[in-house]
Ligand binder design. Structure first.
Ligand code: TK8
Length: 349
C-alpha cells in the first residue's frame, strides 16, 4: 500500500513537472514570489482603409500569423479594415498618441508628418515596378526616409506596394492632358498632388478615402485616382464610367508601428516585427502584380470604358506638372530629391 502511494506520488510529481515545463514554453514572467505566471500578450491593433479583399489586408493577416508564431504569442494582432479605426491621417495620429499600434498608409499622407516622403509624390518618378522595388527595398535613401519617422512617434517597418495610380471619372474618357479640364478629382490629403492636378487644369479636392465612393455616387466629385486593385476591389466601377491608365504616380505603402509599442518591445520582438513586415510585403507585391491584369479585364467586362494612355501623353502630363512640383523642392529637400532620382537612374540601367 505504502509503495503504491509512493509511486502514485512520484507519478503526480512527474506530471506536474511536465505540465510546468509546458507552461514555461508559453510566455511567462517571473513574479516577485519567484513563481511563473503567464504574461499577457501585448496587442497590435492594426487598421487600414482598404477592404478585406485587398492584398494589403491579406498580407496583414500573413504578418499577424508570422509575428504571433515567432513571438510564441507574446504579441497578438487585432486587424481592422475599411477605415474601421479611422482614416489614414487619424490612424497616424493615433499611432503618435499610442492609442493604436499599426497602420499601413500610402506615403502621400505620411508627407503631412515627414515632408521628405513627398519625394514619392513626384509624378512619373518611377518608370516601372522593378525600378520601384530596387529604390524602395535596396537604396540608402529609402531607408533614410524611414529613419525620419521615429521623431514623429512612428516606426517604419517596411515598404509595401499600393502601386501605379490610374484615373477614373464619370465625365469623359481622359486620354491626354487637356482632358483633365475642370474634372472634380478627389486626391489624397497631400499638397503636391493637389498642385499637380491643378496644373493639369482639374479641380482637385482632398478627401478621406472612406468618403470617396459616396462622393462619386452622389456626384460631389467626378472622379478619383487609385491603382486598379483598389478600383476593382472597392467596386468603384459601380459609380464610375471611365478609367485611364495614366500611371501618373507610384504609391508605396509604409507599414507603420507606434514608437511607443516599439520601445516596449524586446530587441528579439523588434527583429521579428521588421522581418515579418518585409516577408508579408513580398507576398503583398506578388498578390497585387499577379492580379493587376485580371482586375483591368474584369473592370472592362463590368462595363468600364478603359482608355490606354500613351507614353507621349504621359510625357506631356509630366511636362505640365514638373513646374508645379518644382515649388515643393525646398519642402521635400533638394538632397532627398537628388538621391531618389539617382537611385531611380541607377536602378533603370
Ligand atoms: C486607404 C488609402 C488608399 C489610398 C487613397 O486608406 O487614399 O487613395 O490610395 O489606399 O491609403
Amino acid at each position: 500500500m505504502r509503495k503504491k502511494l509512493l509511486s502514485l506520488f512520484l507519478v503526480l510529481a512527474l506530471v506536474s513537472v511536465v505540465l510546468a515545463g509546458c507552461g514555461s514554453s508559453e510566455t511567462t514572467t517571473t513574479t516577485d514570489s519567484g513563481k511563473e505566471a503567464p504574461k499577457e500578450a501585448r496587442i497590435i491593433r492594426a487598421g487600414i482603409g482598404l477592404n478585406d479583399k485587398h492584398p494589403q489586408y491579406l498580407a496583414l493577416l500573413k504578418m499577424k500569423e508570422i509575428v504571433e508564431k515567432e513571438t510564441n504569442g507574446s504579441i497578438k494582432f487585432e486587424t481592422y479594415h475599411s477605415s474601421q479605426l479611422g482614416d489614414d491621417r487619424g490612424m497616424m495620429e493615433a499611432l503618435q498618441l499610442g492609442t493604436q499600434e499599426m497602420t499601413i498608409p500610402s506615403t502621400a499622407p505620411i508627407a503631412n508628418f515627414v515632408p521628405e516622403f513627398s519625394v514619392f509624390d513626384i509624378p512619373f518618378l518611377f518608370p516601372s515596378e522593378e525600378v520601384a522595388d530596387k529604390v524602395l527595398l535596396e537604396s540608402d535613401v529609402a531607408k533614410e526616409l524611414l529613419d525620419k519617422l521615429p521623431a514623429q512617434g512612428m516606426i517604419g517597418l517596411a515598404y509595401w506596394e499600393n502601386g501605379f495610380r490610374d484615373l477614373t471619372n464619370n465625365k469623359r474618357a481622359v486620354a491626354t492632358a487637356k482632358d483633365f479640364k475642370d474634372l472634380k478629382i478627389r486626391t489624397m490629403e497631400n499638397q503636391l498632388h493637389l498642385e499637380a492636378f491643378r496644373a493639369l487644369g482639374a479641380n482637385p479636392t482632398p478627401m478621406a478615402f472612406a468618403e470617396v465612393f459616396t462622393g462619386m455616387q452622389q456626384g460631389t466629385i467626378d472622379g478619383q485616382e487609385n491603382p486598379v486593385a483598389t478600383i476593382y476591389l472597392q467596386k468603384f466601377n459601380e459609380v464610375q464610367k471611365y478609367l485611364s491608365t495614366t500611371h501618373h504616380v507610384y504609391s508605396p505603402f509604409v507599414v507603420l508601428l507606434s514608437k511607443k509599442f516599439w520601445d516596449e518591445s524586446t530587441p528579439e520582438e523588434q527583429q521579428i516585427l521588421v522581418k515579418a513586415a518585409q516577408e508579408a510585403g513580398d507576398y503583398e507585391r506578388q498578390l497585387v502584380r499577379e492580379a493587376n491584369q485580371k482586375y483591368l479585364e474584369d473592370l472592362k467586362a463590368a462595363g468600364m470604358v478603359v482608355t490606354e494612355v500613351t507614353p507621349e501623353a504621359r510625357a506631356e502630363m509630366k511636362a505640365i506638372t514638373d513646374p508645379a512640383v518644382e515649388k515643393f523642392a525646398d519642402k521635400i529637400g533638394k538632397d532627398t530629391i537628388e538621391k531618389v532620382k539617382a537611385a531611380v537612374e541607377a536602378a533603370s540601367k
